[in-house]
Design a protein. Structure first.
Lengths: 439, 291
């Protein structure tokens, strides 16, 4: 009897909860459009500069388009922005659109039908044409032929060199090939045994995204931008891959790598080589004003294997973009298209973005459009980034990118950095693991 | 008890019952369902995969490491936190006044954000921090977060620091419940301070200590923030906890079904481990006549 009572209470409570939960699924269409005004929710990247930019842009847009209201709010990081988005989609509270989406994550979302193909938006071709991004967008086509992400910025990642230390060692410019770099390592250890060429804990960390800023910068350079994975096929360039791993092994043997957690290793001169993104420039201006381009540091393309062309070297493009979620109502989709069209039809908005974030807009005419000329003249540190955009390779668009990049670290890059594996075995083990994951 | 009183009891218990249904029962049922599917929570389609997620999880390096790492954490964290909290409780007991104030002070780390404390520790232990520069001056060079045992010890130490005040609070209430007459009688009998602690304080403190032991063992099954911030589960899975593994699979790899299977395995392991340890502790207490 007692059990019956308890069971009926549990059941009743469960039904009440289910009922309450069901109440929340109202008619989204009516919610999004009220009194002729369509409201779209926009999640901005969780950093103050991008939030300020989007809030200002949204206000200006609404002034000109009073029938569309754009609510800008920061993307939830719980504990990562990707996890926040996933939870929101699962919980039915995804925004209409968001920025800060990389290609790999977009591939995961699009495979789950969570994203709207942007090429199906009204006026998509016009958007691409107006922003002068038709060439850039070609590289953004996904495996199913659709385009899910509008790339907002493209950071061609460069390597920074401590020019002051290089000069002390007798080098007037950063090395361009592996043997030149190994020569620098040798001279550095002779003069400063306590310094390292590359001091970065991430080198020994298998976390997937960390491979973008070490392995892929070197691999893209060595393979001339070869695709690592195409669909379900592993297409990595074995020769280039082994060359990269062999080079890292040589650095490790020369005691030129340091993987211990350290504070500002490049700025303090503990390491003299590291990946640098354009976001570092304003950070240095604020925290390390002594870091001066072509005085204390120089920016360079990744080193390449001996004998390769050292001019048009490929690198990794840290690039993120804007997506529209499939859960948006038809009205919201239409309003989102209007908003995107408005933002990107005026290069002044990209200039404003550049001024606020220092992240190069992903457009074909960045170095030729007069709108940006003055900015780059006043910010010479960012010129190399703009110049490298045509040689920057975006991340893979595979939904299993997280597994694949974890395997690169776990089976190849990290053990070679730690001197635990030889390059050939490392590449073989990595390839087997990736092919297993792609099956 | 009249029929009305029975319903009154249900009424008063209903907020917690409702809470338990919403936050424990429903998620448990939901997890069980997810664990037999390949759903990623956001895809409109999914398939039932039977026990595939469970068999794959049991074979995976991540799950196997999480199993052993939890017990390694237990071996380091539990003695540390128990020792620290007994010391703190004893110190506070010996204070002539402001006991409450000092206890609040020790309790504060429990309220501190794990993210913030982890970042501070990361700074303190970095290669070029003043601490490491100082140690290197004496020829001591420790790769705190890069060597398996040191990394595990550092994480255990941070969590011990966080929980010490909380457990000291429980132990202090245990100390307070020991009658002063017992100590006075022992003093007359001429017992040494060592004997006094082991023969009087410890046995009478056992119920509070039992609670603290069970709570601290439970903590080792839920470690996440410190590991996520400091080591990411590395080096070589040396700090890969259950929560870290579940998070990685669910939110980095979008494998909610597989992650749910790991969560179910983790809860079974947690339940069995805590049950066995509790029984052993009870047996230990009974054998010594403490309970």
């Amino acid at each position: 009897m007692k059990f019956k009572k308890a069971a009926s209470l549990v059941l009743a409570a469960s039904l009440t909860v289910s009922g309450l939960a069901a109440c929340s699924n109202g008619d989204k269409s009516n919610e999004s459009t009220k009194d002729g005004v369509t409201t779209i929710e926009f999640w901005a990247a969780p950093n103050p500069t991008q939030q300020v930019y989007w809030k200002e842009i949204a206000e200006e847009f609404t002034k000109e388009n009073p029938d569309i209201k754009v609510n800008v709010s920061p993307m939830k990081e719980s504990p990562t922005s990707e996890a926040g988005i996933q939870s929101a989609i699962a919980g039915g509270s995804a925004p209409t659109m968001s920025e800060n989406i990389n290609r790999g994550f977009a591939a995961q979302l699009s495979e789950s039908k969570a994203l709207l193909p942007l090429d199906e938006l009204e006026g998509w071709d016009e958007i691409k044409k107006n922003r002068n991004m038709e060439d850039t967008m070609k590289g953004w086509e996904f495996a199913d032929g659709h385009q899910y992400v509008l790339p907002i910025y493209s950071n061609a990642m460069l390597f920074g060199w401590r020019l002051d230390v290089l000069k002390e060692l007798g080098f007037n410019e950063p090395p361009k090939t592996y043997s030149e770099m190994l020569e620098v390592a040798k001279k550095l250890k002779e003069k400063y045994p306590d310094k390292y060429v590359w001091a970065k804990p991430d080198l020994a960390d298998p976390t997937a995204w960390k491979r973008w800023f070490d392995f892929f910068m070197l691999y893209n350079a060595a393979s001339d931008g070869n695709k690592f994975v195409e669909g379900t096929e592993f297409t990595g360039d074995k020769k280039a891959g082994e060359q990269v791993l062999g080079f890292v092994e040589e650095l490790q043997k020369a005691d030129a790598l340091m993987t211990r957690q350290s504070k500002d290793p490049f700025e303090t001169g503990l390491g003299i080589f590291t990946d640098i993104g354009p976001w570092t420039i304003p950070y240095w201006a604020d925290k390390f004003p002594e870091m001066k381009l072509n005085e204390t540091y120089a920016l360079a393309l990744p080193p390449v294997p001996d004998g390769m062309d050292t001019e048009n070297v490929k690198t990794f493009a840290d690039t993120k973009g804007l997506v529209v979620y499939a859960s948006a109502t038809k009205e919201q989709q239409k309003a989102a298209a209007e908003f995107i069209k408005w933002v990107y039809s005026n290069p002044e908005n990209d200039l404003k973005w550049l001024e606020k974030t220092s992240l190069p807009p992903a457009r074909d005419d960045l170095t030729t459009n007069d709108t940006f000329k003055e900015f780059f003249e006043n910010n010479p540190e960012l010129q190399p980034y703009a110049a490298a955009v045509p040689n920057a390779i975006p991340p893979m668009d595979n939904s299993k990118y997280n597994d694949i990049q974890t395997f690169i670290g776990q089976h190849a890059f990290n053990p070679v950095v730690k001197g635990e594996k030889d390059p050939k075995t490392a590449w073989k083990d990595m390839q087997e693991a990736i092919e297993g994951a792609l099956k | 008890m009249s029929k009305n009183q029975g319903w009154l009891g249900w009424l008063f218990a209903s907020p917690y019952l409702l809470y338990a249904i919403i936050f424990f029962l429903l998620p448990l049922v939901w997890s069980l369902f997810l664990s037999v599917t390949d759903w990623n929570l956001i895809s409109p389609t999914y398939s039932f995969v039977g026990i595939d997620n469970y068999t794959a999880a049991l074979k995976s390096q991540g799950v196997q490491s999480a199993f052993f790492v939890t017990f390694k954490f237990m071996a380091v964290f539990v003695p540390l936190v128990i020792a620290f909290s007994i010391i703190v409780a004893l110190i506070v007991q010996g204070l002539p006044r402001f006991k409450g104030l000092f206890l609040i002070g020790f309790f504060l780390p429990y309220l501190a954000s794990g993210v913030v404390s982890s970042l501070i520790v990361k700074g303190i232990l970095s290669y070029n921090s003043p601490l490491n520069e100082f140690l290197r001056g004496f020829g001591i060079d420790i790769n705190w977060l890069g060597s398996p045992f040191a990394a595990l010890f550092v994480v255990a130490l941070i969590i011990a620091w966080k929980f010490t005040g909380y457990y000291a609070l429980i132990l202090t209430s245990g100390f307070e419940s020991i009658s002063k007459d017992v100590y006075e009688a022992a003093l007359i009998d001429g017992v040494t301070p060592w004997q006094r602690f082991w023969k009087i304080t410890f046995p009478l403190l056992y119920p509070a200590l039992f609670t603290v032991l069970i709570l601290s063992i439970g903590v080792t099954f839920g470690i996440f923030t410190e590991v996520y911030q400091l080591t990411g589960g590395g080096p070589n899975f040396a700090t890969n906890t259950w929560q870290m593994e579940i998070f990685t699979k669910a939110f980095s790899n979008l494998q909610a079904g597989y992650a749910s299977a790991i969560a179910i395995i983790a809860s079974i392991v947690t339940f069995i481990a805590i049950y066995i340890i509790r029984k052993l502790l009870e047996l230990w207490g009974k054998r010594n006549g403490w309970t």
